[in-house]
Ligand binder design. Structure first.
Ligand SMILES: Nc1ncnc2c1ncn2[C@@H]1O[C@H](COP(=O)(O)OP(=O)(O)OP(=O)(O)O)[C@@H](O)[C@H]1O
Ligand SMILES: [Mg+2]
Length: 294
């Protein structure tokens, strides 16, 4: 029984590795909750396997998963900059959300601010191609300044709720790519994770337990930030990624992010004026009642 279980454990890991070699896991590890879907699916498959003791279902589900993955980032090109004009969004039941025009140049660090419900996360959905704009244009550009249409542009994304997997903290950061292990020290330092790791008996090898929630909200955010930074995505949208991290660590993390070559659009509440002033640009969203002027 023990042996059977450890074999199932191995098949999970093998499954993950297998799927990762089909497409570059790093490309979408930070891109969406899609990666989580894959992990959940592998879990479901493994459970099904133990119950049914048949590989037919496994093969069918794997095939299904591969089909879904074919539609992801494979044919996309890294975006480095973006220009937005006349942009409006609308949900079925909701009112119009109008956005100010803006350009984010390659390597710029831009802060996106505005009260709750002003449409910050919605702007990310549009930039990620998940929500069709009601009006206006979004133009991305590649490394050489060539235009990229919305559906061809690859942009990294850290959602408001950090997504971690039932694996070690190390694997949550490198996403099973051992070639990146040599950067772990530098990265965990940059995202201020080292003091947290020092408190854990197994340190970076601590297994993330989704049921017990053995990582705090801030620690999860640091892990996800480390994942994003270790993969050096050229353009990343970050949705309140430091909201559960204390002020001092937040300032240090932002200082580190500001030193990278990445283009970053970051949503954040409650940054001090001093911290805000470090950004290249601030995009302010306002609710309709207040008007949409900057
Ligand atoms: N899936 C949805 N369907 C309908 N309306 C939505 C949906 N998502 C958001 N909205 C509405 O659109 C508006 C903008 O929401 P959005 O999530 O972009 O705000 P936000 O600026 O990110 O807020 P917060 O700071 O609270 O995260 C809100 O009025 C919200 O109720
Ligand atoms: Mg939001």
């Amino acid at each position: 029984m023990g042996n059977a279980l450890s074999q199932i454990g191995m098949s999970v890991v093998a499954g993950v590795l297998f799927l990762m070699h089909i497409i570059s896991f790093g490309d979408f590890a930070v891109a969406s909750s899609f990666a989580f879907t894959i992990f959940s699916a592998i879990w479901d498959i493994t459970n099904a396997l133990t119950k049914v003791k048949s590989t037919k279902k496994l093969r069918e589900q794997t095939a299904e998963l591969r089909k879904k993955m074919a539609n992801t980032d494979l044919n996309k090109t890294d975006a480095y900059s973006v220009t937005v004009s006349g942009l409006k969004a609308k949900y079925k039941e909701g009112e119009d959300i109008s956005y100010p025009d803006f350009t984010i140049k390659k390597g710029q660090k831009v802060l996106l601010v505005g009260d709750s419900g002003t449409g910050k996360s919605t702007l990310f959905k549009i930039l990620l191609g998940k929500l069709k704009p009601e009006a206006g244009q979004v133009a991305f550009f590649d490394k050489n300044g060539q235009a990229l249409s919305l559906d061809k542009a690859k942009v990294g994304y850290l959602p408001q709720d950090p997504i971690v997997f039932p694996a070690s903290i190390k694997d949550n950061i490198v996403m099973f790519n051992d070639k990146l292990t040599n950067k772990l020290n530098e990265i965990t330092q940059a995202v201020q994770l080292q003091p947290d790791l020092a408190k854990m008996p197994a340190g970076i090898d601590t297994e993330v337990d989704l049921k017990k929630e053995n990582l705090s909200g801030g620690q999860r955010q640091k892990v996800v930030l480390a994942r994003s930074e270790i993969y050096e995505q050229p353009f990343v949208l970050m949705d309140e990624v430091t909201s559960a991290i204390d002020q001092t660590a937040t300032e240090r993390i932002i200082d580190q992010l500001l030193q990278t070559d990445q283009t970053i659009l970051l949503i954040a509440h409650n940054f001090t004026p001093e911290l805000q002033a470090k950004f290249d640009q601030i995009i302010q969203l306002k609710s309709k009642k207040e008007g949409t002027e900057k």
